[in-house]
Structure formats: structure tokens, C-alpha cells
Design a binder for this molecule. Structure first.
Ligand code: 4NP
Length: 154
């Protein structure tokens, strides 16, 4: 696998958290050549930095999300990336609906692809600070598993 795109609904909470973690862990593992990006099913927040609560939860653990900017999923993503990872089942359903003919990327659920867990990373947008900490911790577990797989040559 040479490139991975993380997708959630707004691209300001869950998927930028996963992207920031992936960038940090890949750099630490000497795997910075792997392509990483994130995008949203919706374009409402395009051009914006991550939600300040996501930034705060990540900052507490030493991950800087401030350089990231939201964008919407585009058709080219389905051939530009090897793997497109959605955070919840609705994201997966939306990605399958958006995929153009000839799409080559594999589409899968984040915690299933990484940890083999049939579980979602829940949307924290209307929740409290604790939900953002939980999103960070779930994404951290997932990203560590992805990087372990990549280290092993997967
Ligand atoms: P995310 O959270 O999908 O994890 O980025 C959300 C962010 C914004 C909205 C919904 C979810 N929104 O409706 O604007």
C-alpha cells in the first residue's frame, strides 16, 4: 500500500485526527514516503482547519493538527489512493455511492481495516470534550496498527 485517504463526514474532527496521527507515526517509522490525506463526504467546511476541540485533544498528546485544511472527497480520489478508509458505516455507504466507474481504491471501515474490529469511530461533533479524547484514542490505536502492517510490508 502506497497511499491512504481518511474520510469522515465533515473532515474537521475524525479524519484530520487520523491524518495527523498517521503523518506522525509514519515519520517516526521512516515511512514518510507513504501518501496520506483526509477528506469529507460534505464540503461545508472546505478550506477550514480542524475543529478547535479536535486540535485541543490532539495537542494534549503531542500531535499538531493546525496545518491541515478540510476538503471534500473528489472522484479522482478513487484512483489516486490505494486505500480509502471511512470512519463510520454511513461514510462507507456514501463512498460507495460516490465511487466513479473504474475506481481502483479499496474502501473499508477504519477500525476494521486496521484492528479487525467491526466498530465505528463515532461522530463527536455534537458531543463534549471527552468524545474528542475518545476519537483521538481510537484513531491512535488504528493508526499504530496500520503502521505496524506497513512496517511488516503490508
Ligand atoms: P467529522 O465531524 O465528520 O468527524 O469531521 C463532523 C464535522 C462537521 C459536521 C458533522 C460531523 N457538520 O455537520 O458540519
Amino acid at each position: 500500500m502506497r497511499s491512504i485517504l481518511f474520510v469522515c463526514l465533515g473532515n474537521i474532527c475524525r479524519s484530520p485526527t487520523a491524518e495527523g496521527l498517521m503523518l506522525n507515526h509514519l515519520a517516526a517509522a521512516g515511512l514518510a514516503h507513504i501518501g496520506v490525506d483526509s477528506a469529507g463526504i460534505g464540503g461545508w467546511h472546505a478550506g477550514e482547519p480542524p475543529d478547535r476541540r479536535a486540535i485541543a485533544a490532539a495537542r494534549k498528546k503531542g500531535v499538531d493538527l493546525t496545518p491541515l485544511r478540510a476538503r471534500q472527497v473528489r472522484k479522482a480520489d478513487f484512483s489516486d489512493f490505494d486505500l480509502i478508509v471511512g470512519m463510520d458505516r454511513q461514510n462507507i455507504a456514501d463512498l460507495r455511492r460516490l465511487a466513479p466507474a473504474g475506481a481502483t481504491a479499496r474502501v473499508g471501515l477504519c477500525l476494521e481495516e486496521s484492528l479487525g474490529l467491526a466498530r465505528e469511530v463515532p461522530d463527536p461533533y455534537y458531543e463534549d470534550e471527552r468524545a474528542f479524547d475518545d476519537v483521538f484514542d481510537l484513531c491512535d490505536r488504528a493508526i499504530r496498527a496500520f503502521v505496524d502492517k506497513l512496517r511488516a510490508g503490508g
